[in-house]
Design a protein around this ligand. Structure first.
Ligand SMILES: [Zn+2]
Length: 287
């Protein structure tokens, strides 16, 4: 794993989110769990080698941040926003989160097949959030403080985690560092407000949901990219383009690669981003 500060570790090289942990004087705190089974087991071992896991924090409900919770059963309780609990691995989501986790195995984690639970076993105890909250929540663990900041934006229950003693900020998917931004279930206005709020923090290290570790300057890059997306689709609407015309004509595929292991999703991301923004921008125009 990459050591970001004396006590902050993350892994930006695997398919899924950037799972991380922080070492305190009274055990460790895991922030998002690896989607790939083998990586989840490894990260748990790594974290526990530095002290018992006191909490597992999920920054959002998307499968790439929560599926690995399964491999942390019996560790410290899972803490997340109430909307993460409400949307946790719902089979009705598209794509179905359980199947999305499963289809990654042959290419990205063949060894993980042996420890991948069947659907019934998985849903019996996926290690859901045990502690939920609705606004901000501060956890003091040993000598380290974890400010769980509810921002919304990318997803309804989106949070960031600020650890002031490490001058570190875990943004979750409020930041896609140097890779494609997935925004289809997002509230972009809230997302931009989230970036503005996080910009006010005094930190040196920004651990994004996806892509390489970065710094505070990248918050402005992410904000500009979101605004470009909205502007491109708003201009399409203003020209009288239909949704299909917007989808055919608008793409930011040349801007960034897709994060590790999901290159095949590029066209899907472009299409879904345009489609979601089109629906939001035209919602008030329909009879
Ligand atoms: Zn993600």
């Amino acid at each position: 794993m990459q050591q970001v500060t004396a006590n902050v570790y993350t892994d930006t090289t695997q398919r899924g989110c950037n799972p991380s942990f922080v070492v305190t004087s009274d055990g460790t705190v895991v922030i998002d769990t690896p989607q790939l089974p083998t990586r989840a087991v490894e990260l748990r071992r790594e974290a526990e080698s530095r002290g018992p896991i006191r909490y597992v924090i999920n920054t959002e409900h998307h499968v790439d941040h929560i599926f690995g919770n399964y491999y942390f059963r019996g560790a410290g309780p899972v803490v997340a926003h109430v909307e993460v609990a409400r949307n946790f691995m719902l089979p009705s989501q598209n794509p179905s989160p359980y199947w999305y986790a499963k289809e990654a195995l042959p290419t990205d984690d063949p060894e993980g097949e042996a420890i991948f639970p069947d659907e019934e076993t998985y849903y019996r105890d996926p290690n859901r959030p045990a502690i939920t909250f609705t606004e901000d929540l501060t956890l003091q663990v040993g000598d380290r403080t974890f400010e769980l900041m509810y921002t919304g934006g990318h997803t309804a229950g989106q949070i960031a985690v600020h650890v002031p003693q490490e001058r570190a900020l875990f943004t979750g998917d409020t930041v896609f560092s140097e890779c494609q931004t997935w925004l289809y279930v997002s509230n972009v206005d809230q997302w931009i407000a989230a970036l503005d709020r996080l910009s006010g923090l005094d930190v040196d290290h920004v651990i994004p949901g996806h892509g390489p570790v970065t710094n505070k300057a990248y918050l402005a890059v992410q904000k500009a990219f979101l605004m470009e997306w909205v502007t491109a689709v708003a201009r399409g609407v203003a020209r009288g383009w239909s949704k299909d015309e917007c989808i055919a004509r608008i793409s930011f595929a040349d801007r960034f690669p897709v994060d590790v292991g999901q290159g095949h999703m590029m066209e899907h991301i472009q299409r879904q981003n345009v489609s979601a923004l089109y629906d939001k921008l035209t919602a008030g125009l329909r009879p």
